[in-house]
Write a protein that binds this ligand. Structure first.
Ligand code: NDP
Length: 315
């Protein structure tokens, strides 16, 4: 190993969403001298949303990117060392744990907090990208409120899509739900609820061809993949709920995960199967996925890390 290119620290935090920054705030205040690497999307998923109205403490709401600047400033003010760089490889075989940054530098850390988040999956349409933030969203709980009393569409047929369609049905006039097969993947109870909701209109065997509009979403063109028939449906919002991908690839083989790649934590803690390695935020949460729950688990991870380091007289 090239010693000039390695650095020894107590606490390394990987990821810069609400989980990572909250872990950094707590770790810095506990004198753990945390180093946080931001990854390729500093600020995480919130930097691609607009207005955030459900994060407690912001009485008038806040823009997602602005909120993440606040998180970063607070972590920096507490003394966290925030750096730009991507964790590309890990070796958790022995203490201190090794994490490669940008395939070059090696961080050797007593405790590692994984807060690398998850990324929403998208359909891959050009119009979907163009209207992202202008009517296209991957989070009904974040953005549904802006479509109160309006018509929206949602794509997907898993538990997330079912849950989001039900959430939207309470706010919106009509929820048009596009399902690519003739059945839903969601659990039976969720399917039953969706089917029993009068203002959710299900379109089976349906693909989205294009989202249409001038500056924001105005309608969507769909096609029945059995009959070939196309139609245009007026909507103001278009929600994509086709799953998320946890950003956990580099930890495979080291950290226990479920079949979808979500990191398993020991219930009631942020601990993973490896002592001294903790996980927080969306990389270990496929259910709630909220900024506030991510921040909460970031706090748990830092407190668990502090106990771990104290018990070993490292701090
Ligand atoms: P899933 O992978 O379960 O479902 C994704 C859905 O999106 C599938 O119906 C799939 O269709 C559809 N889809 C994928 N790609 C496309 C595409 N290109 N075009 C159209 N449709 C597409 O993801 P979820 O996020 O729903 O759930 C992930 C996990 O989290 C699951 O295990 C779920 O049970 C769990 N979960 C649990 C909740 C709870 O317990 N409250 C809440 C939310 C999630 P197809 O079926 O044809 O493949």
């Amino acid at each position: 190993m090239d010693n000039n290119n390695s650095e020894r620290i107590h606490c390394l935090i990987i990821g810069s969403g609400p989980a990572g920054y909250t872990a950094a705030i707590y770790a810095a205040r506990a004198n753990m001298k945390p180093v946080l690497y931001q990854g390729i999307q500093p600020g995480g998923q919130l930097t691609i949303t607009t207005e955030v109205e459900n994060y407690p403490g912001y009485a008038d709401g806040v823009q997602g990117p602005e909120m993440m600047i606040h998180f970063e400033k607070q972590a920096t003010r507490m003394g966290a060392d925030i750096r730009y760089g991507l964790a590309t490889k890990v070796d958790f075989s022995a203490q201190p744990y090794k994490v490669w940054i940008d395939d070059e530098k090696i961080l050797e850390a007593d405790a590692v907090i994984i807060a690398t988040g998850a990324s929403a999956k998208w359909l891959g349409l050009e119009s979907e990208e163009r209207f992202n933030g202008f009517g296209v969203s991957a989070c009904a709980v974040c953005d549904g409120f802006f479509f109160r009393g309006k018509d929206v569409a949602i794509v997907g047929a898993g538990d997330t899509a079912a849950e989001e369609a039900l959430y939207l049905s309470k706010l919106c006039t009509t929820v048009h739900m596009f399902i690519r097969r003739d059945e839903m993947r969601a659990s039976k109870v969720m399917q039953d609820r969706v089917k029993a909701t009068p203002n959710i209109k299900i379109y089976w065997n349906t693909d989205t061809e294009e989202i249409l509009g001038d500056k924001k979403v105005e309608s969507v063109r769909i096609k029945n993949n059995k009959t070939g028939e196309s139609q245009v449906i007026p909507v103001n919002g278009f929600f994509v709920a086709i799953g998320h991908q946890p950003n956990s690839d580099i930890f495979k083989g080291w950290i226990d995960m479920d079949e979808a790649g979500y990191i398993k934590t020991i219930p009631g803690s942020a601990r993973t199967n490896i002592e001294g390695v903790f996980a927080a935020g969306d990389v270990q949460d496929k259910i709630y996925r909220q900024a506030v729950t991510a921040a909460g688990t970031g706090c748990m991870a830092a407190l668990d890390a502090e106990r771990y380091l104290s018990a070993r007289a490292i701090l």
